[in-house]
Design a protein around this ligand. Structure first.
Ligand code: MG
Length: 382
């Protein structure tokens, strides 16, 4: 029985983790859950799973919780997430969105716990620090993102196995066929209409800008310990091949499946063994697979994120923080889709290079976030 601390239990990935736990109760037990402000969700989950620990980060909403099972200790407030991260679990599953995942991941690693990382910002902002820390403590970092899970599967679940190239596939997001001149007018509702995947709001917007794909290059760089130049990104509209690995003899191994996050999630929970998830089978008959270059005129944020990744140090952290502010503003209808780019460019330009440690990551995040917020209030009259 594997004990799991699930951070971000009420979000899209978190709920899918719980669906798998529900399907295989003899294999997994939830010992901690954590959410940001979904007090109804966390209350229902507390009663359903009776974990040792439950957390609601936003203390204001914790007051609305009406009852807590006697088996569960409820913590709330900004630093409460740490209780879930350091709880008695075999695996800490970090599915929370945004920068909050970084602190929780670091806390879990410091306690010697393996971490399944579904939170991109952890590896984008602090990849260098987090991977070194994990290596030094013998902690396993397990990929959850579908592309990185595909690569991990092609490497026989061994992140250290040698390869010559990684090929990450991209669906292109909601606006891949929208005339470029229309992108100024698209709304959050349009952006949330992803052609292939069902995901949370922020990541769906990040897919439409392809900031997400830039972040995934960074994730791959740190998870598989390779230079960004060894990672190629191709537009693959069908989302059937989830990524590929090229080896020294020229062989390329890909992972294919219907686009469903339950596959990478279940492997993060149960690798190297696979589970029967009851999913649709891939039917390739009559299907064509296509691969295209990324159109940088359509996705100007993509080369910008790559530039930040290649610059390294704290640049990706700054760009990620500014992106979080900009995407939120776009989702709230405060800025246009095409305005997101300016926030990222501004963050890249105004950041002073600093070598990466825990404090630098936190400082860079705060500074870039506050600059993005003031850009929002001065340029967009908020
Ligand atoms: Mg992905």
């Amino acid at each position: 029985m594997k004990k799991i601390a699930l951070i971000g239990s009420t979000g899209s990935i978190g709920r899918q983790v719980l669906e798998i736990v529900d399907k295989f109760p003899e294999k997994f037990k939830i010992t901690a859950i954590a959410a940001n402000r979904d007090y109804k969700g966390i209350e229902a989950q507390m009663w359903r799973y009776k974990p040792d620990i439950a957390v609601l980060s936003d203390a204001e909403y914790a007051n609305k919780i009406t009852s807590v099972p006697k088996e569960t200790s409820l913590y709330y407030g900004e630093n409460a997430l740490m209780h879930a991260a350091v709880s008695d679990a075999d695996l800490v599953f970090v599915a929370v969105m945004g920068f909050a995942g970084f602190k929780a991941t670091v806390a879990a690693i410091k306690c010697g716990k393996d971490v399944a990382i579904a939170n991109k910002e952890t590896l984008v902002a602090g990849g260098e620090y987090v991977t070194k820390l994990a290596d030094s403590l013998g902690v396993n970092l397990i990929p959850v993102d579908s592309e990185h899970s595909a690569i991990w599967q092609a490497l026989d679940f061994d992140r250290k196995k040698p390869f010559t190239k990684l090929i990450i596939t991209a669906s292109g997001g909601a606006f891949r066929d929208e005339p470029i001149e229309n992108l100024e007018k698209v709304t959050a509702k349009d952006a949330l209409n992803h052609p292939n995947w069902q995901m949370g709001a922020k990541i769906t917007v990040d897919c439409a800008t392809m900031v997400n794909k830039g972040f995934e290059v960074s994730e791959a760089k740190w998870l598989f310990n390779c230079d960004a130049d060894k990672i190629e990104v191709l537009l693959h509209r069908q989302s059937i091949i989830h990524s590929m690995v090229e080896f020294i003899d020229g062989s390329v191994i890909s992972q294919m499946a219907v686009p469903d996050m339950k596959i990478p999630i279940s492997l993060a929970l149960n690798y190297p063994e696979r589970l029967d998830l009851g999913l649709d089978r891939l039917n390739l008959k009559g299907k064509s697979l296509t691969f295209e270059d990324i159109d940088v005129a359509r996705y100007p944020c993509f080369p910008l994120v790559l530039k930040a990744i290649k610059a390294g140090s704290n640049y990706p952290c700054a760009v990620s923080a500014a992106n979080e502010v900009a995407v939120n503003a776009f989702l709230q209808g405060k800025i246009k889709f095409t305005d997101i780019y300016g926030f990222l460019a501004d963050a890249l330009e105004r950041t002073t290079e600093k070598s990466i440690d825990y404090e630098t990551v936190i400082e860079t995040d705060i500074l870039a976030r506050s600059r993005a917020i003031s850009r929002l209030s001065t340029k967009f009259n908020q």
